[in-house]
Design a protein around this ligand. Sequence first.
Ligand code: PLP
Length: 406
Amino acid sequence: MHLVLTKISDFCITMNQRQLFLQHVAQTSPAPLALEIVKAEGCTLWDVNGKAYLDLISGISVCNMGHRHPKVVAAIKEQSDKYLHLLVYGEYVETPQVAYAKFLSDHLPASLNCVYFTNSGAEATEGAMKLAKRVSGRTEIVAFQHSYHGSTQGALSVMGDEYWRNAFRPLLPGIRHLTYNDLTQLNQITKSTACVIAETVQAEKGVNIPLKGWLQALRNRCNETGTLLILDEIQAGFGRTGTLWAFDQYGIVPDILLLGKALGGGMPLGAFIASHSLMATLTRDPVLGHITTFGGHPVCCAAGLAGMKALVEEKRVDEVFHKTGLFKTLLKNRLIKDVRSAGLLIAVEFESFDINKKIIDRCIENGLITDWFLFAPECMRIAPPLVISEEEIRTACDIIIRACEG
Ligand code: PLP
């Protein structure tokens, strides 16, 4: 079934999909997973040979409601029957966009009531930084070590890791990186700082959780200096950490919120969200201060809205801490040094990347998809769909523990 016939003059060359993938699809690493997945549903993926895999990473925190949630699929079909792309973002009144922006606003603090839809998380980061510069009239930006906000040049400029950044210099000027959770450095945020950008929970550092007092102090310092606070919940939002928004656990509200990943219910969608009055600055001097052709695509908005409605109606967020507890109870082995969690964003720490990689490879062989973190390669990523069942959690942990035992 996975054989493709390519006719070149009189010769018939047979190539399988994997070879075609390696040859014609631009690669991001020398060692892609290269599994050929033909179907996905709930927490399960099936490859071309019919082998089933339990998905413990949700396409990196995207499929919070599982793969192909029936309501998401139905919304995609329904919207495709009406219209696809009509015009660049922000001109026509597109019902799926309006309905989703309203639903998001209804589930956010009152000051976050205006949604700018983008295609991706990185674009949300870019838009938010531009908005902060426009609103404040300042140019300096403060970000944090070990943060990840996307791979475009602006987002890369605020990324908190020199190894990943350096090859692409020159990047944006005026960026200052502080140490996450360090109260003593907050005085480096001044009246020249346009914005501070932070992940509410640092995911790629292997789940680095903010100290409650630190996020409060960060908010206070931004208030004192007239600096906008941007919180990136592209990975931590949509119930992943046990509350609908991770910042709900810290008693603060950002000026701008970044969303992506689960926002689209499995379709590409990002957003930066602020108050209506802040967002209005992008409409003048210059007009069209931020534009996108496809941002807020109607099919993606319809899918995302259906996914978020299902998340709320099925009360999946309420189950998160119980499921996290089950993972933590079952993940005990002499090779496991630590298990850190922010709800169902879990890092299982091993002694080294080599040990982690060996265990991850054995898990994949045994039908369990997991991964490591960009800035914490010694940690195994566990970020399953929030709909994962207790039985699936037991199966997953059993495979991990057996992999640890060799
Ligand atoms: N911010 C965070 C916290 C992320 O985890 C990611 C992606 O992994 C992004 C931003 C960038 O999102 P995208 O890959 O959709 O551009």
